[in-house]
Every structure is written in C-alpha cells, then in structure tokens.
Design a protein around this ligand. Structure first.
Ligand code: NAI
Length: 334
C-alpha cells in the first residue's frame, strides 16, 4: 500500500477518494493546507502527492517536494497553469485529469443563464418577504436568440447541445473548429457583434487574457448577457462593470473571477473583503457569481477520484501514465 499526501482537502473530495482508494492499493493522508513551499514538507515519506488548482507548485515547492522524497504530483484537475512545468521537468512527474465534467460545467453555464434571464434569484428573495410583485422580473425567450460560444472543445460542445435544445441559433469561434451540429463559425469580433448571449469555454492563455476587453464589449449588442465558466482572467472585470453600469451588458453569470484564489472555495464571511471589483460584482443584482463550482457534480467528483487514483496506480506499478503532462505544456497520451 502506497501512502499519498492529499493537499487542500475539502469534505466533498473525500467522498469518492475514500470509496475508491483501496481498489488502487493507495492510502491517503489528508491535509487541509494548500500545497506550497512552506507546506511541502508535510509530504515527507510519500512518493506522491495529490494537488488541486489552488496549490502553488512553483520552483521552491518542487525543490522541497524532491527533498522530502516526492517523485510525482497527481493533479485532481484538468488545468495545470499553477505548475511550473519547465522547472518540474526531470524532477517530478506531473499527472492530471484531462476531462471530467464537460456536462457539469455546461449545465452550470445554462443554470446561470436561466437564473439571470428569468431573475429567479431576485424572485426567490422577494417572495420570502411576501413580496409577490412581478415588477422588474421580465425575461426573454431563449428560443430564436443567438448564443455565441467561444471555444468549442468538450465543454463548449456540451453547452452548444443544450442551447440547440432550447431552439437557440449558435455562433462559435475556435481556432480548431469542430464542424457539424449546424453551428456557424465566425471571427471573435463577429461573434461579439451578433450574439445575444456570449459564453466563454476557451482556456486562459497569453492570447485569451482579457479577451472580453473594453473594445470587445463596445462592439457587442446592447443588452448582451455574458457567461464565464472558464477562467476569470478571460474578462477585464473593470470593463465589464462599466458595461453593466451603462446597460450595454444586461446580465453576467460568473463562475470564475480573476482574483478568485483569495476567496473562492473558502468561507471568508468573517473577513473584510478588500477587493472592490468583486464587491461591486456581488452587489449588482444582474450579476450572479458562483464560487468556481461548475464541476461540482457527483459524476464529476467520481471521475476525478477514479482518474487521479488510476494515474497514481499506473505510476507506482511502473506502467505508462496516460495523463502525464510534459513541459511543452501538452498532455501526451503515451
Ligand atoms: P478543451 O481543451 O476541450 O476545449 C477548449 C477549446 O478552446 C479548444 O477547442 C481550443 O481550440 C479552444 N480555444 C483555445 N483558445 C481559444 C481562443 N482564444 N478563442 C476561442 N477558442 C479557443 O477544454 P474544455 O474541457 O472544454 O474546458 C474549457 C475550459 O473550461 C478550461 O480551459 C477551463 O478553463 C474551464 N473549466 C472550468 C471548470 C469549472 O468548474 N468552472 C471545470 C473544468 C474546466
């Protein structure tokens, strides 16, 4: 039985990891702490650690993990932009879970859209105080409206299928189009000009940083709805707040936020929030913020645990690990 240190443990992580770990001959030492240069020492005696997107796997952390005998990091996430892959090369093996929740994230994006459009969050609060007025609760039919989907990978395609089910017209942009489904591929500026709803499903890269910029917002339709379940830094939040203030954007559903690592996943209700942009977003009734929970379904949690443990079991058994991530930034199937 190999013991593996598990960082930034949340109660919902344990449900499936505890059920599946022994099947893979693995025991887990759960730590609440995030993995970083100061906490890496807690992995002493383990050949591997399980880490999340909130962990900071930079050069000093990698050095400390090596020093205490760790050989591999199994990420329980798809993203790995929190790992210094170049520095890790030749020192630590890095594994990930490439796809675990396309439907979960796509359904969450639609949940945000439906809630915002039909103002369910406002109605819920209102009727609890016996205010049964309908004033200000007008929405619009999704059927016949145009949705612009930025990034048509696994999640983007799942979202498109949902939108087609609602009778929406779908525009998309992606440097690698997935033809079919009756989707019209257009340039990003064209998508901005023509969409009633824009949903982001592309990764955060140097090219896509602040993709929703002041300029992009300027060319969008009046009253556009913006959804972001991908990465916070795809949107210039200050420009978004201005566009909301001037009515250009009628609603925004945000499961991610550029500075989310200081708040998301934690209860900070007893602290003073010093992030004015986040405070403004939270105070705006036509903005819905959720705490990066798009992936949080039972099915996705099971898949995350199963693949993370399989990656570790393959590594410990000396087999090729299908989901290894390499320094060139591409996860390569061996
Ligand atoms: P994927 O790799 O299957 O698809 C991404 C697509 O985006 C690819 O087709 C790629 O060609 C395209 N793309 C890259 N740069 C682009 C650009 N500048 N403009 C338009 N398209 C571009 O990834 P998947 O699994 O669909 O995930 C998408 C994103 O969802 C991830 O990058 C991640 O940020 C986010 N995510 C969010 C979760 C949540 O809980 N909210 C959970 C999992 C992923």
């Amino acid at each position: 039985m190999e013991t593996v240190a598990f960082f930034d443990t949340k109660s919902y992580d344990k449900v499936w990891f505890d059920r599946l770990k022994h099947r893979h001959g693995i025991d887990l030492k759960y730590y609440d702490n995030r993995l970083n240069r100061d906490t890496a020492i807690m992995a002493s005696g383990c050949r591997a650690v399980v880490a999340f997107v909130t962990d900071q796997i930079d050069a000093p952390t990698i050095d400390m993990l090596r020093r205490v005998g760790v050989e591999a990091v199994s990420l329980r996430s798809a993203g790995y932009n929190h790992v210094d892959l170049r520095y890790a090369e030749g020192k630590l093996r890095i594994f990930r879970v490439p796809a675990y929740a396309p439907n979960a994230v796509a359904e969450h994006a639609m949940a945000l859209l439906l809630c915002l459009n039909r103002k369910v969050h406002r109605a819920y609060n209102r009727v609890r105080e016996y205010n049964f007025s309908l004033k200000g609760l007008i929405g619009f039919d999704l059927k016949g409206k145009t949705v612009g989907v930025v990034g048509t990978g696994k999640i983007g395609l799942a979202f498109i299928d949902i939108c087609l089910g609602f009778g929406m017209k779908v525009l998309a942009c992606d440097p690698q189009p997935a033809w079919g489904r009756g989707v019209e591929y257009v340039s990003f500026p064209d998508l901005c000009r023509r969409s009633d709803v824009i949903s982001l499903h592309c990764p955060l890269t140097r090219d896509s940083y602040h993709l929703i910029s002041r300029h992009a917002l300027r060319i969008m339709k009046e009253g556009v709805v913006i959804l972001n379940t991908s990465r916070g830094a795809l949107i210039d939040a200050e420009a978004l707040l201005d566009a909301i203030k001037h009515g250009k954007v009628s609603a925004a559903g945000l499961d991610v936020y550029e500075e989310e690592s200081d708040f998301f996943y934690e209860d900070v209700s007893e602290n003073v929030i010093r992030d004015d942009k986040l405070k403004l977003l939270l105070a705006t009734p036509n903005v819905l913020v959720t705490s990066h929970q798009g992936f949080l379904t039972d099915e996705a949690l099971r898949e995350i645990a199963a693949v993370t443990l399989q990656n570790l079991a393959d590594y410990f058994a000396g087999r090729a690990v299908e989901n290894e991530v390499f320094a060139q930034g591409r996860a390569k199937a061996l």
